[in-house]
Design a protein around this ligand. Structure first.
Ligand SMILES: C[S@@+](CC[C@H](N)C(=O)[O-])C[C@H]1O[C@@H](n2cnc3c(N)ncnc32)[C@H](O)[C@@H]1O
Length: 246
């Protein structure tokens, strides 16, 4: 199993697969001024939950792109269940290959998937042409909470610090206009949601040939979280606005 196969298992009970609450994502949409008929493009959309939340609260429509077939199928089923299959298109494929119409969106979002373009600055460059003048980018990103992370942990992950993110946004011609930050409770909800999915799978698959790998993945993710994740790793959604366009 590769990493995404393991995520398929761990995310079975989850709709949002990031350490953030629905209430905070709704706040991002409100600050971005979303309203009926506005269009949002969401790269790495997962189960389409942010699009659904913004659809319900603000009346938007749009498109989500995700590389995993099973994830896209679940998102499409969710929209079909509520009769929104025409309102939200879910496209399976890589975000870098999706040929969007330039300037056609009020908000372009990438919530926890900047790796699609390598990093935060790459995500800005990858999405900037999608938004109309005055539109927003919403980017959810992981970061080190301090520059003083012990090397034993810092060397394990290539995360930026928040000053790095601020500098990258400015370098690309954007200002950070608003942010929502994960609380410890948001992190616990996200991490424990993943463990629950893995444990259910282990209980249901006592003789599966890849059982050991799934069990190891569970334990390693718990070890990382308790040893350094919850102390040193932060996460936030940044709402960016271009300074060079009205
Ligand atoms: C951490 S999840 C976030 C999902 C969603 N944004 C949310 O907040 O619930 C990252 C998502 O990016 C998707 N992904 C990974 N590589 C991708 C790529 N190259 N293009 C599009 N999506 C990708 C994964 O399948 C996964 O669903």
């Amino acid at each position: 199993m590769n990493f995404l196969d393991l995520k398929d298992i761990s995310e079975r009970h989850m709709e949002l697969v990031n350490p953030i609450s629905a209430e905070k994502l709704l706040r991002v949409g409100q600050v971005a001024g979303l309203g009926p008929g506005q269009r949002v493009i969401d790269f790495g959309c997962g189960y389409g939950e942010m699009l659904r939340l913004w659809g319900e609260a603000y009346g938007i429509n749009g498109v989500g792109i995700d590389i995993r077939a099973g994830v896209c199928a679940r998102a499409r089923q969710k929209f079909a269940r509520i009769g929104w299959q025409e309102r939200f298109e879910i496209v399976q494929g890589s975000g870098t290959e999706y040929d969007y119409t330039k300037g056609a969106f009020d908000v372009a979002a990438c919530i926890g998937a900047t790796f699609i373009w390598n990093d935060f600055a790459g995500a800005i460059r990858g999405m900037r042409a999608a938004i109309r003048p005055g539109g927003y980018l919403a980017i959810g990103e992981v970061y080190w909470r301090t520059g003083l992370v012990p090397p034993a942990y810092a060397n394990r992950e290539k995360f930026p610090t928040e000053p790095d993110l601020l500098a990258a946004a400015r370098q690309e011609g954007f200002e950070v206009g608003y942010l929502v930050r994960s609380s410890q409770d948001d992190w616990d909800t996200y991490e424990a949601g993943n463990w629950r999915g893995l444990l259910d799978w282990l209980a249901e698959n006592p003789h599966h040939p890849e059982r050991e790998q799934v069990h190891t993945f569970l334990r390693e993710s718990q070890d990382e979280y308790f040893r350094y994740g919850r102390e040193y790793v932060g996460w936030a959604v940044y709402l960016l606005r271009a300074t060079d366009r009205a």
